[in-house]
Design a binder for this molecule. Sequence first.
Ligand SMILES: [Zn+2]
Length: 423
Amino acid sequence: MNKKVDFYDSHLHLLGLGYNESLIDLNTYKSIKSIIKIKSDKDLILGRGWHQNNFEEKRYPTKHDLNKLSSEKPIIFIRVCGHVLVCNDKAMELTKINKSSLQIDGGSFDFNTGVFTEDALGIIYSLIPTPTKADIKEMFIKGNNILLKNNITHCASDDFSTIQVPYELIIECLEELYNNGLMQVSLYEQVNLPSKELLLDYINKGYHKKKFNGFRMGPLKLLADGSLGGRTAYLNEPYEDDPSTRGIKVFKDSELEELIYIADSNCMDVAIHAIGDGMIDIVLNSIEKSLMKTKRVDHRHSIIHAQLANRRQIKRMKELGVSVIVQPVFLNSDIPIIEKRIGKKRANESYLFKTMYREGIRVGFSTDSPVEAVNPLDNIKIAMTRKSIKFPELGEFLPGEKFTYEESIECYTINNSWLSYDE
Ligand SMILES: [Zn+2]
C-alpha cells in the first residue's frame, strides 16, 4: 500500500513553531561546553531546545555557564519543554532580580543558578522585543509551511500564549492570513486565556463562535502544571529524586474550577495541559463538578499530555467522557528520567496510552511541536516500539502499551478530527 496519509496533529504551537525559526536551536548542541561557545551578533542571545540528557554533562546549564558566553548581553536559553529557562546575570540585572527578590505565584526562580520556571518565565521574557503584526503573520506562514512539508494538513494549535500581545491581535492576523488564502493548513484554535477576565471578555465579544475559511475557534486551553523533566508536573506524592517538591500548580484549584465551568457553561470544550497525577485529579474533579451543573452530554473535553494518569484516573476519564491528547514521542527524551523522577512503582503506571485506548477513551496523537519535531513518523515509531530513538540502549518502556500501525494512524487522523468536530 502506498497511500499518502494527511495527518492531523491535535496539539501543537503553530506560532511557536514559526517563532522558533528565529531562535538559536539548542537541540543540536551535545554539551554545555559547546553552548557557551555560541556566536551571536544580536543584542539579546535567545535560544531554545536544550535538554539536560542531551548534554555530556547530564545537568541543567546555570548562569555561571552562560556568564562565560557573555556578561554584557542578556542570554535566555529555554528548555525544550518551554516550562524552564536559564539566563545569565545580565538578564537578571535588567529585570531587577536579585538575591532578595520575592518568589511569585505559579512559578519559581533561583538567583544562584539563573533557572526560572512556569509563571516566573514572564519576568525574563519581558526582555524579548514584541514582534510586529507583520512578524507574527510571517511566523504563522513559516509554521504552516513546516506542517505541509510533514504532510500535516490539519492541526489544533495554542497560539494566544506564545508572544506577549493581546489575543485579539493574534485573531486579526489569522483572519487576514486565512481570508487572503495564505494558510493552507486547517486550524482549530486551542484558546489559551488563563484568567476569568480574559475568558469572559472573549466570550462576551462572541469570539468563541468565530470561524473563517479554514479556521475555527476550539476549546479553552489551560496550562495547569509543568513538565516531568523540569519537576514541575504536579504530583500527589513528592518527587522521588527531590522529596522537597511535588511540582507546581499554575492555578488555585478554585480558579481552575471556575475557568472550566465558564467555558463548559458557554458550550466551549476544555483541553487542559495536565501531566502529574495530582493535577489530573484536580482537572477531573473540576470537569466532573462542572458537568454536574451544565449537564452537557455532548462535550469533547480533553486532557493534554496525561503522562502520569494512573489506572484509577483512566477509569474516571472514561466515566466522564474525557478524551486525551498524548505525545508518544515524549518517550524519546523521557525514558531516561521517568523512574528517576517518580520511582518504579509510579513509573509502572505512567504513559499508559494504549490502556487508555483499550478502555475506550478517545486517544489523539500530537507532537506539541516545537517541543518535539512535528514529523509524525517518529511519533508513530515510538508509539509502536515504546523505545527511544535517542537512547535505544534503554530498551522498551512498558511494552504492553504498544500501538499497532493501524491504531496509530487512527489516533493521528480519525480521533483528532473527532476532537475538533471535524469528523
Ligand atoms: Zn503545548
